[in-house]
Design a binder for this molecule. Structure first.
Ligand SMILES: [Zn+2]
Length: 125
């Protein structure tokens, strides 16, 4: 008989998993699955609670767009006046850029562009 074949077969038999090893692995896999299911349920509860908290918060009073603030209206739109991002007061605008009367900050666009800038405020701003 070929001794290298016998040696190969003996090694293969020794390396083959036993029923006891397979049972041990299955039990470990079941324990891990149960652990991850518990962790997943806990994380889902945390996410659901945080989503509820987030949805119950009112939207911020202002949205930032093009370097100035825009006041939210109850209907979901935005007031047409630009507000200073530092002082949160309405900026005056007649010609040139809108200017804050408190800190003299100038909007990065001219009064003539105000309507277009206002119209371009993203709805999810
Ligand atoms: Zn200001």
């Amino acid at each position: 008989m070929n001794t290298s074949l016998v040696k190969y077969l003996l090694e293969a038999i020794q390396k083959a998993p036993t029923v006891a090893n397979l049972e041990q692995r299955r039990a470990l896999a079941e324990d891990l699955a149960a652990k991850y299911e518990r962790e997943n349920a806990g994380l889902r509860a945390i996410v659901a609670r945080q989503e509820g908290e987030l949805n119950s918060r009112p939207a911020p009073e202002f949205a930032e767009h093009r370097g100035v603030l825009w006041k939210r209206l109850p209907n979901g739109g935005f007031a047409s006046d630009a507000y200073c991002p530092k002082c949160r007061v309405a900026m005056s605008a007649f010609v040139g850029p809108a200017i804050c009367s408190r800190c003299n900050l100038e909007a990065p666009f001219d009064f003539g562009e105000m309507r277009a800038v206002h119209a371009a405020i993203p709805l999810d701003a």
